[in-house]
Design a protein around this ligand. Sequence first.
Ligand SMILES: Cc1ncc(COP(=O)(O)O)c(C=O)c1O
Length: 340
Amino acid sequence: MFDVKNYIRQNVLKLESYSSARDEFGSEASVFLDANENPFGSLNRYPDPKQTRLKQRIAELKGLYRQSIFVGNGSDEAIDLCFRIFCEPGKSEVLSFGPTYGMYKVSAAINDVGYSEIELNDVFQIDFGTAIDRLENSDARLLFLCSPNNPTGNGIVGIEKILSAFKGIVVIDEAYIDFSDEPSWAKRIYEFPNLIVLQTFSKAFGLAAARVGIAISNPEIISWFDKVKPPYNVSSLNQDAVLKRLIDVEKVNSEIEILKVEREKLMSALAEIPSIEKIFPSQANFILIRIDRAESVYEKLIDLGIVVRKRTSQIPNALRITVGTPQENLSLIQTLKQIT
Ligand SMILES: Cc1ncc(COP(=O)(O)O)c(C=O)c1O
């Protein structure tokens, strides 16, 4: 049976975590002389280290228990915490399916943890013929699976098989799930004790500047995240920014719908450009294309004030294009027509 304690880094198992002033006293008072704050000013108080209101609201919205949610300084913080909680530096290994989001590799390197990618096939799906055997025989602590995948844009098929084959912790990164037709794995955390789902407010909720991301898992796993995180990891400004946005979820949903329509329009317009060799299907708010002389197209676009993401280091001749406003998308199409 899966026991998360077998996967916790030895020093973390013994950790007595820092108890901040606001951890010890979190309720109402008229005089606060406990946290060495400045009595003057409007941002003078430390934020709620437990992010209680924000977690409560997210939990309501997602139909989860508040205790199943960790709130981080972007989901990048949650990724880094996965390494710091579950991996032994210099010893542990982690796996992912590549090409994928670059931070898994970078966080592994920062934490001195071995990182390998199982190659996705030519349509960026899992090749189960080889993957299952590799996963069943792996001692890796973590497996990162990004779906919809960045930079390829597609949703990954057959995740359930992966969950049964791999005995370590499976981290499904759903940064782009709100743009997808597939359901989230968030509600299934109670079924799989080794599952962590990452989501972010940076994409569909339009709050990249606020740096707020979440990890969703069973309360035992989440309690380890809360033990290891810095006490005040999400500022009051940022917690409030998300709470404010969550007042009007209908508006967020209508913006998502607009972006999905724009994504399809952009795909059709890109299909008219002869130098584009391939447009990959997307369940995200970006489109991956393969284009003749991608590096030179990328430079020319920059010269004309348009920046897309060069992904040629991961996939030959690949550029990743974020779906913008109708005007921005039009401007990209017109410019591509001029320069290619
Ligand atoms: C797949 C994926 N995961 C996580 C992140 C990080 O998101 P955040 O802004 O919440 O740190 C990104 C950002 O681009 C991403 O593409």
